[in-house]
Design a protein around this ligand. Structure first.
Ligand code: F6P
Length: 360
């Protein structure tokens, strides 16, 4: 019997999704032969699985997509917390997803996504579906894997942003505060901050003190360099905010008309130092375009590992990289956990060794 393998991409997109889809497909065709496996593309993530938006795909659709950004399958955010709630549409989403799996006669479902995607993948696995996850996100915050595909491409893009800010900041003697995505984790800011030579790096794992951030700029100015580059993670918060519960912090921010810490940092530093301070938010540019060579290779390795898991009928796992080895973790052991930057991470130590301030 021809195996039928469903594949979907869910959550925020990132470079490397298509490279991973291609890796999975090519390895499945090698494993089973093109006549003995049918790949079923599911549109727009779990939304497509709920609504049975699926189609049988031809082998040539997986060719020529290695370098393409985004996802040929489309993606949507369908938050995990809504999955088990029956909304106004009266749809039991978990039942609908199981029904689609049956209607499409799937032997397995491959889910490419981040933390939210993995929570739903685990739920579906516990509901008896044969699920395999693949870890994507520019945030690099998936528990149990050293790296996710999309992360290194975003590091390169953010590094390029910081490089470009250096020349203009230098010309004008300004402080530039650049806000970098990453959700609640500081990985992307830490890596691109170091690669781009940021003078100060602000991440959620190390709450900042505006006085300390300003002192770092003034110290630099005293050496004859008026300009500074401050890389701020979108999830960063101050030492005062760290004393508040998440909801209180959000409320206080709403009252001040803020979403992220970037503008407050820029305003505070300008007031304290007297140096003109500007902000830059590259935003979704960090998720756009072609994956780097590193991510193409990682995506291909992850994709082929997922195909091997299908061949072994080893379900309820997500692919991972630990050390330099491709491996897998049980979905129920990683779902619902996030990976944050530990204080003894080599990158933190290296940054401190070269005098980078974290504003603490
Ligand atoms: O998880 C990837 C990510 O880009 C985060 O860094 C960011 O917080 C979030 O997605 C933005 O989501 P959206 O594209 O839905 O605005």
């Amino acid at each position: 019997m021809k195996k039928r393998i469903g594949i979907l991409t869910s959550g925020g997109d990132c470079p490397g999704l298509n490279a991973t889809i291609r890796g999975v497909a090519k390895a499945l065709y090698q494993e089973f032969g093109t006549d003995d496996v049918q790949i079923v593309g599911i549109s727009d993530g779990y939304a497509g699985l709920i609504q049975n938006q699926c189609r049988d795909m031809a082998p040539n659709e997986f060719s020529g997509i290695l370098t393409m950004g985004g996802t040929i399958l489309g993606t949507k955010r369908t938050p995990f917390k809504t999955m088990q709630v029956i909304g106004e549409d009266n749809v039991d989403k978990v039942k609908a997803m199981k029904d689609t799996y049956k209607k499409q006669k799937l032997d397995a479902l491959l889910t490419l996504g981040g933390n939210g995607t993995h929570k739903t993948a685990n739920l579906l696995s516990q509901e008896g579906l044969n699920v395999i996850g693949l870890p994507k996100t520019i945030d690099n915050d998936i528990f149990g894997t050293d790296v996710t595909f999309g992360f290194h491409t975003a590091v390169d893009i953010a590094t390029d942003v910081i490089d470009r800010l250096h020349t203009t900041a230098n010309s004008h003697g300004r402080i530039m505060v650049v806000e970098i995505m990453g959700n609640k984790a500081g990985w992307l800011t830490l890596y691109s901050g170091i690669a781009g030579g940021a003078d100060t790096i602000v991440i959620p794992e190390i709450p900042f003190d505006i006085e300390k951030l300003s002192e770092a700029c003034l110290r630099r100015a005293a050496t004859g360099k008026a300009f500074s580059i401050i890389a701020v993670a979108e999830g960063a918060y101050s030492q005062d905010e760290a004393k508040l519960k998440k909801k209180e912090r959000q409320k206080a921010r709403e009252e001040r008309g803020e979403i992220t810490a970037t503008n407050r940092i820029a305003k505070g530093i300008q007031e304290i130092t007297g140096i003109e301070t500007r902000t830059c938010v590259p935003g979704h540019m960090l998720r756009g375009g072609s994956p780097t060579a590193y991510d193409r290779i990682l995506a291909t390795k992850f994709g082929s590992r997922a195909a091997h898991l299908v061949a072994q009928e080893k379900y309820g796992y997500t692919v991972a990289m630990q050390g330099n080895e491709i491996t897998e973790n049980k979905l129920d052991e990683i779902a619902g956990k996030s990976k944050f930057v530990p204080m003894d991470d080599q990158m933190i130590i290296t940054a401190r060794d070269i005098g980078v301030s974290f504003g603490d």
